[in-house]
Design a protein. Structure first.
Length: 315
């Protein structure tokens, strides 16, 4: 099965993986600790292959189109965080639930956003150019956003958790991917290796959600009760992201393809980059990780609607 086939069917692949993980965890609950041990290296490998698709050494390319860059940064790092703050106020006063929503909605996507932007008649070169800048800024700004919105809740959650270890799970693959990119760029013949690696994120992500479902089966069952609370928030975010892209495209007189690229950038989030932080939270905060996985599934279904709606909305 090639990469394009995997990407077209990825939503159903992840749903099957989650169902299989839940069945395994419910049938053999003693496997939970084993699945957690396997989860961390699998997640690190997934992040490495994901970061490898991002042109980490080409941040300067994003600086060439100032209007598009300004719209992307204004939306992703000013207007959408303000929207997230407003949406969180409608959630139940569950600290773990709110922290999970904050973690996932505050970081713009750096992987499948590019594929969806191309499929949705966006501007693929600009999507590729702005991605490394989005990655750098979200890593720098996420702690500030969490401190601003979560405050004491954040301190209570992170005080007892091995956050430094979780950060290493994110930063180590990031550094290795940057070094690998240099190694590939040094010899054009090596680019075929990166092209083959593009097929691996979908099956690895399926394995990750399978392991999470199996290891956190009790947390997943407990999250079903909060689904009616978080689902409207995620859907409202998707709708607002599309409308925001339309408004910025009209206000800044951007071409339609640029506006569509903004829509996919605003609507997609970097769920599996912040997942290690959620999984590293202390006991009692497992809901945060489950909420992040749930958002990713909602987002994937939302992107299927985006592919139809965005070319019509921004023309």
């Amino acid at each position: 099965m090639n990469r394009l086939t995997l990407e077209r069917r990825q939503v159903w692949i992840y749903l099957v993986a989650i169902g299989a993980g839940l069945l395994l965890g419910a049938r053999w609950p003693g496997l939970g600790p084993v699945l957690e041990v396997v989860l961390w290296p699998t997640l690190a490998l997934l992040l490495y292959l994901t970061f490898l698709q991002v042109p980490l050494w080409h941040v300067r390319d994003a600086l060439r189109d100032r209007r598009f860059l300004g719209a992307a940064l204004l939306g992703n790092f000013v207007l959408l965080p303000a929207l997230v703050w407003a949406l969180v106020q409608w959630l139940p006063p569950d600290p773990a639930l709110r922290l999970g929503v904050l973690l996932v909605l505050l970081v713009p996507c750096t992987d499948w956003f590019m594929a969806f932007a191309q499929l949705g008649k966006g501007d693929a070169p600009r999507a590729l150019a702005v991605t490394p800048l989005n990655l750098v800024l979200q890593i720098a700004l996420l702690p500030l956003y969490l401190w601003w919105i979560a405050g004491e809740t954040l301190q209570a959650a992170l005080a007892a958790g091995p956050v430094a270890a979780a950060a290493l799970v994110v930063l180590t693959p990031l550094v290795l991917a940057a070094l690998t990119e240099r190694w590939i760029d040094a010899m054009p013949a090596r680019r075929a290796w990166r092209a083959r690696a593009r097929a691996w994120p979908v099956p690895l992500l399926a394995l990750v959600v399978f392991l999470i479902a199996g290891a956190q089966v009790d947390a997943v069952a407990g999250t079903l009760g909060v689904l009616p609370a978080v689902l409207p928030v995620f859907l409202a975010f998707l709708l607002a992201a599309a409308l925001l892209a339309r408004l910025l495209q009209r206000a800044l007189h951007l071409p339609a393809a640029h506006g569509r690229t903004l829509a996919f950038s605003f609507g997609t989030r970097n769920s599996f980059v912040v997942l290690p932080l959620a999984l590293a939270l202390p006991a009692g905060w497992e809901v945060a990780g489950v909420v992040i996985v749930l958002q990713a599934l909602v987002e994937l279904f939302g992107m299927l609607l985006y592919l139809r709606a965005i070319p019509w909305l921004i023309r």
